[in-house]
Design a protein around this ligand. Structure first.
Ligand code: FMN
Length: 340
């Protein structure tokens, strides 16, 4: 196992357009998860240099459409903030990009990785990997429409027979994209198999713009290890932050040779209470209950009898009922927070 001294030499910042992002550890966009409530809590724990909204379809980014959802709502404490949009129509993308800039995003991120048939069916997300000339048009339209930096998050190709991550990266750089984040799986893989970090390292060698790697970074050690071995400018963390929202803080501690914060079950309970309180400021009880149902499985992972808790929350008919289940489950750890 590597020690903190092995990580002391690693870069801690990277530059995207006119922004210096520090530290170079980023929260990945996750639909239904990285809402403003979640992002604010991640920010409050420290160690995260950039947070990203959930993916939003470019056709839902007009001023009129924004009245129907809150996907791009945010609070000042979230800066620097990237807003992610998806789309395949250059005109629509350019219009959405301008709205995103007016809303106050620091970075516009374009999605070229979502594998969901609902998204690829419309030619968005990973589907653009099958039409790189179209992708170039989309990227150029976004870059030309705004003054904020535009970044691209992408997968390695549509399937194993059509790996085109190097060409995608080079086209993105040529179109004026300010930084890249590669999740090194194909669309066909979805989330199966393992992220291939060799592809990330290859992209870093192939372009002059900053490159982030993303995929399967399960803990602080893995994050810094991959930052070191792939020589990328930063790393992006998704699912691990659901089970452990303190992972960003732990990465900072590992760099500095400090003991790692070890969240107790009670810390998780406190996290859930803060999250639910934030959600209730923005949505009704039903919406908040749905958010809890989405998060609880991952957040409770590793706790004794967590499957019981998960089932109880999933069956809850009201937020009050779910809260009662949380109270019963976490009562044995009442007040037992972590000390580090
Ligand atoms: C629930 C969920 C929602 C996601 N939503 C998005 C999204 O909106 N935009 C996007 O670019 N990637 C999305 N992703 C992919 C993640 O950003 C990330 O690329 C992927 O999970 C691999 O990183 P990880 O192993 O650290 O989780 C999502 C992933 C999950 C698990």
């Amino acid at each position: 196992m590597a020690s903190s001294t092995d990580f002391a030499h690693l870069p801690t910042t990277y530059v995207v357009g006119n922004l210096t992002l520090a530290p170079n550890i980023v929260l990945a966009p996750m639909a239904s998860v990285t809402d403003s409530s979640f992002r604010r809590l991640i920010r409050s724990f420290g160690g995260c240099g950039l947070v990203t909204t959930e993916m939003t379809n470019a056709s839902s980014v007009s001023p009129k459409a924004l009245k129907r959802h809150r996907l791009l709502d945010f609070q000042p404490c979230e800066h620097p903030l990237a807003m992610q949009i998806s789309g395949s129509d250059p005109t629509l993308i350019a219009q959405a990009a301008q709205v995103v800039e007016q809303l106050g995003a620091d970075i516009l991120d374009l999605n070229c990785g979502c594998p969901s048939p609902k998204v690829t069916g419309g030619g968005h997300g990973a589907s653009l990997l099958r039409d790189l000339p179209k992708l170039s048009q989309v990227l150029a339209a976004a870059v030309g429409a705004v003054n904020i930096p535009v970044t691209l998050k992408f997968r390695a190709g549509w399937d194993a027979k059509s790996l085109n991550y190097l060409e995608t990266a080079k086209r993105a750089e040529a179109a004026g994209i300010a930084a890249l984040a590669l999740h090194p799986r194909t669309r066909e893989q979805r989330y199966t198999g393992e992220a291939n970090w060799h592809w990330v390292a290859e992209v870093k060698q192939a372009v002059g713009i900053p490159v982030l790697g993303n995929g399967d970074l399960k803990d602080a050690q893995a994050a810094l290890q991959h930052l070191a071995t792939s020589a990328v400018d930063g790393v992006m963390i998704g699912r691990a932050a659901l089970a452990n929202p303190w992972i960003f803080r732990q990465i900072a501690q590992l760099r500095h040779g400090e003991p790692l914060f070890s969240p107790s079950p009670w810390d998780k309970y406190q996290f859930l209470q803060s999250y639910l309180a934030f959600c209730l400021e923005e949505m009704n009880e039903r919406g908040t209950l749905n958010k809890l149902k989405q998060l609880i499985g991952q957040l409770a992972l590793g706790l004794p009898n967590s499957t019981n808790l998960r089932a109880a929350v999933q069956h809850a008919k009201s937020l009050a009922e779910a809260q009662t289940q949380l109270e019963i489950f976490f009562a044995p750890w009442d007040g037992l927070g972590s000390e580090s």
